[in-house]
Design a protein around this ligand. Sequence first.
Ligand code: F6P
Length: 372
Amino acid sequence: MGKKKIAVLTGGGDAPGLNAVIYSLVRACHSMMDCELIGYKFGYRGLYNNDFISLDHDRTTGILHKGGSILYNSNKDNLFDYTVEENGVSVKKDVSDEAIANMKKEGVDVLCVLGGDGTLTSARDFARKGINVVGIPKTIDNDLSSTDATYGFDTAVNIVTENLDRLHTTAESHHRVIVVEVMGRSAGWICLHAGIAGSADVILIPEIPYSISGIVNKIEERDSFGRPFTIIAVTEGAVEKGGSAVIGKVVEDSPDSVRFGGIAAQIAHKLESLVRHEVRYCVLGHIQRGGDTSPADRILSARYGVKAAELIKDGIFGNMVCLRNNKMGYVKFEEVLGDGKMGETSVGGAKIVNPNGELVNVAKALGITFAD
Ligand code: F6P
């Protein structure tokens, strides 16, 4: 077997753990086979522009703990529906063949793709065009099906928990209600985990529609127990009963164009006239994705990187590496994503919180309300 050329890219939004995967993939590949690695910059855009760097030990040393990606990220560049300029006009085109031609020109044997559902959808489509692709799942939201855990989630939960701890002391000092908005899109995992770990009094997640009266009841109950302050953790995509999610902005060109945002402000505003406390809100935003990667995410990323190297060595392609029951494995892209395009209902199915699941019941048993 000759020398293998392996290309890597990080698609979609960044997540803590991407660098740890790159770090471990480079080392594991070199220990298992004769190979050379390159990294395309800004996800699929780099593949289209043939813009890459060499990935060797020197280039990847000292990155294991760092958030972000040394290859940079873009969540806008779907090469199967890509915006190009033609005669001064922006048009959408499938430029995947140009990307494949770039890989052929560089002698790339394997494309290793680190990303969430949008990035993996393109990975599946490149695999269908005959490219040897291995996927490595990423998302802080933890909402990817077919794997028990994605790197970035544990780090985000740690950051939110730390901030809930911090907000407790100021809320208690002022006898205030503080509403904390956390990421997660339409999945309440970050909010549920950090809400329990950070002793939130109210947890609001998209999977369990809430009522304002349910929140007010909790605040009054705490008042009656001599606890005149309340912390409310809310997922950005949570929904009031009979209402709809609060959209912050629409990012054109992004496979999943809706960005949630603004729900904490909305809830705070509604509560202000209904409770005897001052109400404040806090949006944790991209702080949840920044900084260093948690030790648990570094280990998970290392396991993913090594498993991906094994698949490359064994010539097993068209799969995403996964973690199931604490065992590393792999699963066909089709099983993760289904056969459809992003946004279609046939797509794999996101992993969301079970409203009757154990963790929700644990939270309830601790006295936390979902205001349902
Ligand atoms: O999917 C990860 C995530 O961080 C979501 O939790 C959040 O809604 C979204 O990305 C934010 O996207 P952007 O970085 O484009 O603002």
